[in-house]
Design a protein around this ligand. Structure first.
Ligand SMILES: [Zn+2]
Length: 252
């Protein structure tokens, strides 16, 4: 319940982040306004989901359509937060992985819209998440996780950087900057999670890429943003990585 409410609130905050960070604007001030008529939004306009439903996705004054996207982002964040608290019973671990979920959602959202992965978000998410993971490892008396976390970040970054160089920029530098975050979290779960997460990202990416070519929406040269697939591969690895590792590599 707490996770769902926190997810809705953070999701609402993420809609602000996804709009303002790419534009280089402050995420704190000024307060939110209607994009069409400039109406300053009051507290009642900003209640997640509830305001959207009451106003039917329109501005209170000018009736301009806000679209369904804020609602999707709020509900998506809430769902992931709830899923994380089910996956991790320890509060601190769940909180750390909610930070990851929020960061990845914002990054995927922006990448899908404008094909960018702002480094501010990648680094901020890591700067908030990594200390939580370190504390969680210490609280659980599993200091080994701190080392696998650091190593995971290095390995994932080195791998993605090598791809970036080998593909002459086909793999974007935003994807490389996102890798320490993914590597740290997956490494914290266990080093074997790092290759599993990356493999899933490439697997999902190739399935969708081939699908897009088949239906003719993308040519060989069309850039498909890879950030959402890195995010998806990571999240799926968090939930089913253990099961995959047990099958292909039982001794780890
Ligand atoms: Zn308006």
């Amino acid at each position: 319940m707490i996770a769902a409410v926190a997810g809705l609130l953070i999701g609402s905050f993420l809609t602000v982040v996804t709009e303002r960070v790419p534009a280089g604007e402050s995420i704190v001030a000024p307060g939110s306004r209607c994009g069409a008529c400039g109406l300053r939004l009051g507290p009642l306009d900003l209640v997640p989901v509830f305001s959207w439903l009451v106003l039917r996705g329109k501005c209170r004054r000018c009736r301009t359509n806000i679209g369904i996207e804020p609602l999707v982002l709020e509900l998506g964040t809430a769902s992931l937060f709830v899923a994380m608290t089910l996956r991790f019973e320890a509060t601190l671990q769940a909180a750390a992985f909610c930070v990851l979920a929020a960061g990845l959602l914002a990054l995927s959202w922006i990448d899908l819209h404008i094909k960018r992965l702002p480094r501010e978000i990648s680094y901020t998410t890591l700067a908030i998440g990594a200390p939580l993971l370190v504390i969680a490892a210490l609280v659980d008396d599993e200091p080994r996780r701190i080392w696998t976390m650091a190593l995971g970040a290095v390995l994932a970054t080195a791998f993605m950087w090598a791809l970036h160089v080998a593909s002459r920029g086909g793999m974007g530098d935003g994807d490389v900057r996102l890798s320490p975050l993914l590597g740290a979290y997956l490494g914290w779960l266990g080093l074997a999670f790092v290759p599993v997460g990356l493999f899933l990202a490439f697997f999902f990416g190739s399935v969708v890429g081939v699908g897009a070519m088949v239906v003719g929406r993308a040519g060989r040269k069309t850039a498909i943003p890879f950030g959402p697939f890195l995010a998806l591969g990571t999240i799926v690895a968090v939930f089913v990585g253990r099961a995959i590792i047990d099958r292909v590599w039982p001794s780890v």
